[in-house]
Every structure is written in structure tokens, then in C-alpha cells.
Design a binder for this molecule. Sequence first.
Ligand code: EPU
Length: 418
Amino acid sequence: MKDRLVIRGGKALQGEVRVSGSKNSAVAVLAAALLCDGVCIVENLPMIEDVCILKAMMEALGAQVELREGAVHVDATGVCCHHAPLELVRQMRASNYLIGALLGRLGKAQVGIPGGCDIGTRPMDLHEKGLRALGANIRLSRGEYVCVANQLTGAEIYLDQASVGASINIMLAACKAKGRTTIVNAAREPHVVDVANFLNSMGASIKGAGTDTIRINGVPRLHGSTYSILPDMIETGTWMAIAAATQGDITIRDCVPYHMESVSAKLMEMGMYVEEGEDYLRVKGTGRPHAISISTMYYPGFPTDLQQPFAVLLSVADGSSVITENIYESRYKYIDELRRMGAKVRVVDRIAMIDGVDALWGTAVSATDLRAGAALIVAGLMADGTTTISNVKYIDRGYERIEKKLQVLGADITRITE
Ligand code: EPU
């Protein structure tokens, strides 16, 4: 389907919105469910395109996956196939988790080089290094990783970068390995902790998730469990940007304010009002944002996945702002689209220099990836006139019914399905 979103901008959005379960957690937790030969019930699952693609891959491997309103029942008893369907693998980065999960479950995996958003080179060297250290034999054949391990054995693994994907993939394989695995310089993102908590709820023994050293004592088998996915921090940050950009007043419910500290701090630097409750955040626009600088970092730094929506906000700031993208080398593809809407941005390597303009104007633009799509929604909501966003399929990969949630807050947005 070639859907488009049509936004008539200029409305201050107001009211309450509930954050869905975390995309980046959900795709790893579902893959982790393959490790147990029983039934797992995963609640608070976001109903997004990436979850549907993963469901199809898991079914092709022999699992029974049933989606019921907000929860998924995974019966992985029948998992016997180790070859993931290539055409589906290529559609998302998180298909890489099938390697760790299948190695842990069957001792073998054949999974293509994963696809996903085109935001820069996305190497797999740290995944390979970690899984090899655990004893897996890995070779690349015709674009697919062919992996075999007769016996996975614990090891100490140092990650050259605190990669979310490599940390999770190694945890998946290591929780059924013989002996102890230590991941040094592990990623500390909340979704890494969520996956460790889920694995522990299945009987795994993982300590230290959320710090830079994760220790895993292998266990022979994992049992079924019921688990609820944590709220999506990137969706939360997107609503925060929308509240500020539209001069609105939005209360974001069922989020984890503690995960958003870098984002709240930056909004306050821009002069916005941010109120933190135990499980909610209220963000209120207070006029034109002050120009600031943002540098993306690993958690707890400012997330790369919110760089784009915040660049939009800064495009109308009262001066010149600088963004430094430290995680991905080409996450600025959306800037050309933003320029069509009147933004003044120059990009040199990983740095974007943004000169604030008085206002953006609506026009036809195209999402180049998931978060770029979210950024264009923010831009459309604050622009004068009508913005039409094509390539909505990218946005649907990570945001659940975004236009429905926006309509409740008073946005004039419609989806056109051709
Ligand atoms: N890296 C390597 N070698 C590797 C793996 C990663 O050099 O083997 C580098 C990457 O090139 C990058 C950095 O390490 O510079 C971080 O990459 P990471 O592995 O952490 O990213 P990922 O696991 O592929 C996840 C999210 C991304 C998010 C990043 C960073 C999922 C499914 N994806 O990707 O989410 O941007 O972490 O936080 O969890 C999104 O949601 O829009 C999205 C792209």
C-alpha cells in the first residue's frame, strides 16, 4: 500500500497520549521467546509493521505466534527450522537477533545480512566477534550468515562500541551456553535491560544489564513466562518534540520519565516547560525555542533516534543550532525534505548547522526512513499550510496508529490509502 499522510499544520496539540510498548525491545523479546520450548505471553506489544514481519519469520521457523489485542502468545515448542526467510530478513535490522536465538535453541542458524533503515553502514562485526568467542562457526555464503555451534561456551567479550544489537545477540546465545559470559562495554539502553529481564523471567541468569558489564551464567533450559514490554522511549521523545513544536500542552502517559532525562534537559534548555511525574511527562510549548547544540550519544546520552524530530524543532529556533550525529554517519537524509519546507540547514559530515527561520511551510515530502518520517510529521504539524508525506510505510514500522493518536490531540491529519 502506498499510503500518504496529509497534515494541515498550525494547531497547538493538547491533551493526553499513551505511549505504546517499545519497538526495539519488542523485536528482541519476541526473538528471545524462540529460546524456550514452551509458551511465552508478551504483553504491551506495539502493533507495528516490524512486529508483523518478525511474527512471519518466527512462524516460518516453526513457532506458533498468535497476536491478540496488545499481547502475543508464542509457542516455540515446534521450532525446528534454522533458515530464516531471506526476503523477510532483508526488511528489518532486528532479524539479526534470530542468529543468537537460533544458535541458543538449535545450535545452528542461517540468516541473511539484515536490512533495516538506510541511516549509514550497519556492520555486524561485533555480533560475529561475540558469537565466535562463544564457539560458533560463522561464515558468509551468498549474503547469508551460516552459523553452527556444537556447544556454546561462555567467554569474556569486549565490544569496541557499546552496540545495542551485539549486546542483545550475545546475551541471547550466551544464556544457554556452558559457563559464564561477560560482555564488557555493553550497551546500557533500557531495551537491553528489558530483554535481560525477560530472559531472567524465563529462568536465565543475567546480571548487570543497564551497566557496561553484563554477566551471564548459562543454564540448560528456559521455561515459558508472561512478560510486559517497557514503554517506548523514542515514541515518548517524539511526543515531547510534538508538544514543543506545536506550542501545545501534552501529557504523555505510561512512559518512564527517568529514561528521558537527556531529552527533558534539552527541551528545558530550549526554554520549554517539562513536568515529570512517576509515569508521565507533561510538555508545554512556551514560545520560540532557544537555539542549542545537541550531540547524539549512547544511553544515557541524547538518543540518535530523536536527532531528526529535534532538528525540526530547532529549525524554527531563535538563532543558530548545531547537531552532531555520533552514532550513524548518514542520518541526515531527511534534511533535503526539510529544506523543501523552508528550513535552513547545512550539513558537513556528521554536523548539521541549523539557522532558525520564522516558520516552515507545508509541501509534498517523502519519508526516507522511520525517524525521518517522524520528523516530517513534526514539521507538518508546525508548518503553515498542508504537508503531504509519502513513504508512510517507514513510519508504520515503528509507530502504532500514529495518526489516530494525533487526531485525539487535535491534529488535522488524515491517511490516504491508494
Ligand atoms: N556497530 C558496529 N559493529 C557492529 C554493530 C554496531 O560498528 O557489529 C556500530 C554501528 O555502526 C553504530 C553503533 O555501533 O555506529 C551502534 O549500533 P547498534 O548496534 O547499537 O545499533 P543497532 O542495534 O543496529 C539499535 C536500534 C536503532 C538505534 C540503535 C542505536 C533496534 C532494532 N534498532 O540498532 O533503532 O538507532 O540501536 O541506539 O534496536 C530506530 O528505532 O529507528 C533505530 C534505527
